[in-house]
Design a protein around this ligand. Structure first.
Ligand SMILES: Cc1ncc(COP(=O)(O)O)c(C=O)c1O
Length: 375
């Protein structure tokens, strides 16, 4: 079976894990500090602060707290998003306000979002879906106009650029995921990027049980035994071994990006002429693609998945819209016509780092064969 995801775990990652285990300091330590510094270097930012976390979901939770979101506040989020975003809002007792997505970019539709702003709206979550980024300039204008905090869910877009600027270098609060299937994995992990030293201090307390022991002590593989706790905190820090794997991955960022881009370009060129298949409208120039998706008429999607499975090709569905889930079906929502359509049409095809082009060709031949049979 050709899997949808295939992590790039090579000798470098295995060596890095072994070394970090041999160090004997398993918790947050020197590797985490090195990982954060490396991310900062890649983002090329002096005016941003980076903290490594246990997961991207933890990052979203912390981001909402830093943005000042609390009970009964409203957060506008596209219903076409990962349930991690919806859970993080729910954990705070805040209200999810579902918004529609744009039919081409699949990013949150800011025109529709404007109609959802109320006096209780605190923040908007904007997510870059796969290989097409949000219009971040428009998003900034939107947030300024309505005085909202922006949480940029960049789980899919680490290593991508927006108008030449690295994703993570320009947002209000940005969150990356380094979970097992992401382009840069730490086995599990996340990164949050904030704008001020004060926000970083908040993040440090929030990620480690509210403890005010300085991160600089732990970064030397030591702990402070006495400290104060002034706030509620979580256990959301990154572990040394996870950071070590992440560092090995970051050293291959260029090859990861190039090979994923090449596979996506080939997909677009081979599938772009099939009339019932909609391919992403991008040339992939600035992105490090996490997924490769197509859209097919809803009545064909699951049948095509079965057909491909029969040919040894696995596929995925990212995602079922949030307002389809029992837990969130009653959340206040605007017009969600596009989201509902996309939820029925979307299909993720296998995409791996260092993927052989022959695999892409095989997948495309089978998709072409499926649609020829429908004619
Ligand atoms: C858009 C988006 N946001 C957040 C997350 C959550 O990240 P993590 O799995 O690292 O908790 C994911 C994970 O798939 C995601 O796709």
């Amino acid at each position: 079976m050709i899997p949808v995801f295939k992590p790039l775990i090579e000798q470098e990652e295995i060596d890095a894990s072994t070394e970090s285990l041999k160090l004997g300091w398993l918790g947050m330590g020197s590797y985490v500090s090195e990982f954060e510094n490396k991310i900062k270097e890649i983002l090329g930012v002096e005016n941003r602060y980076v903290a490594a976390l246990s997961t991207g979901t933890a990052g979203l939770h912390i981001a909402l707290i830093v943005a000042g979101v609390g009970k009964d506040d409203e957060v506008i989020v596209s219903s076409f998003n990962c349930s991690a975003d919806f859970q993080a809002i729910s954990w705070l007792g805040a209200k999810i306000i579902f918004c529609d997505c744009d039919d081409t970019t699949l990013a949150i539709d800011l025109e529709k979002a404007a109609g959802l702003v109320t006096s209780k709206t605190k923040a908007i979550i904007a997510m870059d879906y796969d290989c097409i980024l949000c219009d971040h300039d428009e998003l900034k204008n939107f947030a300024e106009k309505y005085q909202l905090r922006v949480i940029h869910d960049a789980a899919h877009s680490f290593g991508s650029f927006y108008k030449g600027k690295p994703v993570g270098s320009f947002s209000d609060i940005c969150v990356f995921s380094h979970d097992p299937v992401k382009t840069i994995t730490c086995l599990d992990g996340g990164t949050i990027v904030v704008k001020t030293q004060e926000e970083l201090m908040q993040v440090h307390e929030l990620r480690l049980l509210g403890m005010q022991q300085p991160a600089s002590v732990m970064y030397q593989n030591k702990r402070a035994w006495t400290f104060d706790v002034e706030r509620v905190g979580y256990r959301y820090h990154m572990l040394n071994m996870h950071a070590a794997v992440g560092l090995a991955q970051l050293s291959k960022l260029d090859v990861i990006t190039e090979t994923r881009r090449a596979a996506c370009k080939r997909y677009n060129s081979l599938l772009g002429n099939i009339s019932l298949v909609r391919v992403p409208q991008t040339d992939f120039t600035e992105v490090n693609p996490f997924l490769y998706y197509i859209r097919v008429p809803g009545e064909h999607r699951d049948d095509l998945r079965d057909f491909l499975r029969g040919k040894g090709i696995d596929t995925g569905v990212h995602w079922q819209p949030g307002h389809w889930f029992s837990l969130w079906k009653d959340c206040q929502a605007g017009d969600l016509t596009i989201t509902a359509k996309v939820g029925n049409e979307i299909l993720s095809l296998p995409l791996h780092s260092k993927m052989e082009s022959g695999i892409v060709d095989t997948i495309c031949e089978n998709i072409a064969q499926y649609f020829t049979k429908q004619d």
